[in-house]
Design a protein around this ligand. Structure first.
Ligand SMILES: Cc1ncc(COP(=O)(O)O)c(C=O)c1O
Length: 349
């Protein structure tokens, strides 16, 4: 049976009351009909982008809905998933009184967005094997805890969280649970999308920046109940995904075969990379990864990072994150790029 959840009691009162900005194209849903548009103070001379984009990105949502087996009304698109995450903060967390829970080491933007929105961020570190500490998470919840952020597969550790832990948090927490699945397309684990009906407090975020290979166009996706999506829709900037991005995103989403081929190539390269990393003398641990990156623990991360920079290779030093002393995170590139990294690592003394 689906969990009962009164979403309205979680929305900030000002957002609940707010009458959203209604853009010209929102008011006129039938923009495909042959209409004369003299409503939005656009320049009428055609150049492909002289008109405002579809504020509801219907073509793209329709395709995503088909592929992900949800309805278009369960989707909100943003200028990257970073924008989607920010909208979630702004809709549900009251500045200077509410709080969220994040699980470091994890994606840094949750903390930055909490600070930007003046929301207190309760950090409950992952266990030493990078799993959520469910008991401590639930103990940290108070009457003002609105959201728990779970990043699975997690950046920078690479592992997916145990399904049992995520399920327990969804069942026990009377608030929103955001599962950030930015790297899900590289993983064999099942997405939490199929659980949206069962858990009305679940929000799943994904992105076209990773497996879909279009980080430059900035398109992030939020999947949730229709009720949650309609609240987020009230506050999203009217034209937050531009026309060129919508077109390019649709092209990529339609080309599933190419996306799958690229994902397979990246995963094959990851396996090759891992086997080569095993022979690098200063790499002590290679952590299993469900993403397109690998976290390694080395003898001296600052030193090794600087040596790689001197060889012209930029990776990410994650040592400042809790539980990540002396760790480096490497993104899997093309075969040629990976060869350059391995060569540089081998030449380091
Ligand atoms: C876990 C995670 N979530 C979200 C994002 C942001 O993605 P986007 O490019 O869609 O803003 C990233 C980017 O690195 C990420 O690692």
């Amino acid at each position: 049976m689906a969990k009962s959840f009164d979403i309205e009691s979680f929305v900030r009162p000002n957002i609940l009351k707010l009458k959203p900005y209604s853009s010209a194209r929102d008011e006129y849903k039938d923009i495909d009909q042959d209409m004369t548009f003299l409503d939005a103070n656009e320049n009428p001379f055609e150049n492909g982008v002289n008109r405002y984009p579809d504020p509801q990105q219907r073509d793209l949502k329709q395709q995503l809905a088909k592929i992900k087996r949800v309805t278009a009304s369960q989707i909100l698109l943003g200028n990257g998933s970073d924008e989607v995450l920010d909208l979630i903060f702004r809709a549900f967390c009251e500045p200077s009184s509410d709080n969220v829970i994040t699980l470091p080491p994890t994606y840094g933007m949750y903390g930055v967005l909490a600070d930007t929105n003046n929301i207190s961020n309760k950090e409950v570190y992952l266990t030493p094997d990078f799993e959520p500490d469910v008991e401590r998470i639930l103990k940290s919840v108070d009457a003002h805890t609105k959201i728990i952020f779970l990043c699975s597969p997690n950046n920078p550790t690479g592992n997916s969280f145990s399904s049992a832990s995520i399920q327990q948090i969804l069942e026990s927490f009377n608030g929103l649970v955001v599962v950030d699945e930015a790297y899900i397309d590289f993983s064999e684990k099942e997405s939490w999308l199929s659980k949206l009906k069962e858990f009305p407090n679940l929000i799943v975020t994904q992105t076209l920046s990773k497996a879909y290979g279009v980080a430059g166009i900035r398109v992030g996706v939020c999947y949730a109940s229709e009720e949650i999506i309609s609240i987020l829709n009230k506050i999203k900037p009217p034209y937050n995904v531009n026309k060129l991005s919508q077109e390019k995103a649709l092209e990529r989403v339609l080309d599933q075969e190419r996306v799958k081929e690229e994902v397979k190539a990246i995963l094959d390269e990851k396996e090759k990379m891992i086997s080569k990393l095993e022979n690098i003398f200063f790499i002590k641990t290679i952590y299993p990864s469900d993403g397109n990156f690998v976290l390694v623990r080395v003898d001296d991360a600052d030193k090794r990072y600087q040596q790689l920079i001197s060889s012209g290779v930029v990776i990410r030093n994650r040592s400042s994150q809790p539980l990540c002393e002396n760790t480096l995170r490497l993104t899997i590139g093309t075969a040629q790029e990976n060869e350059i990294l391995i060569k540089a690592l081998k030449n380091i003394e």
